[in-house]
Write a protein that binds this ligand. Sequence first.
Ligand SMILES: Cc1ncc(C[n+]2csc(CCOP(=O)(O)OP(=O)(O)O)c2C)c(N)n1
Ligand SMILES: [Mg+2]
Length: 348
Amino acid sequence: MAKAPAAVKAQPPVPNRERPDEPQLYEASTEELLEFYKQMLMIRRFEEKAGQLYGLGFIGGFCHLYIGQEAVAVGLQSALDGEKDSVITGYRDHGHMLAYGIDPKVIMAELTGRGAGISRGKGGSMHMFSTEKKFYGGHGIVGAQVSLGTGLAFAHKYNEDGGVAVAYFGDGAANQGQVYESFNMAELWKLPIIYVIENNQYAMGTSVNRSSAEDQLYKRGESFRIPGIQVDGMDVLACRGAAEEALAWVRAGKGPIILEMKTYRYRGHSMSDPAKYRSRDEVQAVRDKSDPIDHVKKLLDAQGVKEDALKAIEQEIRKIVNEAADFAEQTPEPDASELYTDVLVETY
Ligand SMILES: Cc1ncc(C[n+]2csc(CCOP(=O)(O)OP(=O)(O)O)c2C)c(N)n1
Ligand SMILES: [Mg+2]
């Protein structure tokens, strides 16, 4: 083997770096499990209804459903401090808003472009915000939320408010350049941020293995010394457990951390996806074996919660979702004067 030129010195080994502990499954009480169940079922039924309203022509533009991924937003957001922490995500955002307990009516009315919607009907499915809940959208540009989320983390640090930013993005977005610029700055400045990669196996129609040279996405921070953890994103208790570990790391001032949530979307990328890139059998197999809601149902059953109690929850949720849909169909479109509001920020 050729010798290395004399000028090239062997580098000293990188000192051992501290790693986060292996996350544990969260030990939920029956009440907490019931709450997870309710929230996940709310997302599922809401999204099914949104799909129907889209088919009926009530929803225009793009609409990306979160069905299959419910455990991620519910598990993670249940661990956050609603007074301090902030969240940002991409266009597949209805579930994250519902996990925050935001009224399904104002979310559905946003989907139908009505004045009572949370962005006054001007944002639609992809652009919803609640500054009250520190939820900063809802972004259509793949990967943009990663840099914006890093900015939110910078603001938490600068203002010394003790908050942590959570920036969700997809497996496809994980290949975007700005993600790595953000990683570099976040680690350099030890920003309080959890980067959550929702690896649902596909970016539009391209599978993660086809498009990613390193498909173990939790490793994507290694060159920046950002630790990563791979998590079962179909198990709400694993999601919550990982959130606890990540929050402890970030709140201790150790800088950013990556959580790769292994999940799956059951529906097409958006409502206009013919889904020719995967078989029905593949989707059905995940539904049968790993459905996040069925999983919680089994846990509740093991804790002695009766089928009747779960049926009552289901009925209650269907009622809320139907009311949200009726509201979203009937409430008026925004007034023309809304064209000029919230367009330009005049003072900073
Ligand atoms: C900068 C940019 N490039 C391309 C697109 C078109 N586009 C929208 S979603 C998407 C795939 C993203 O997949 P992923 O990050 O895995 O998120 P998922 O949809 O699976 O939640 C693409 C390429 C876009 N919106 N923005
Ligand atoms: Mg994806």
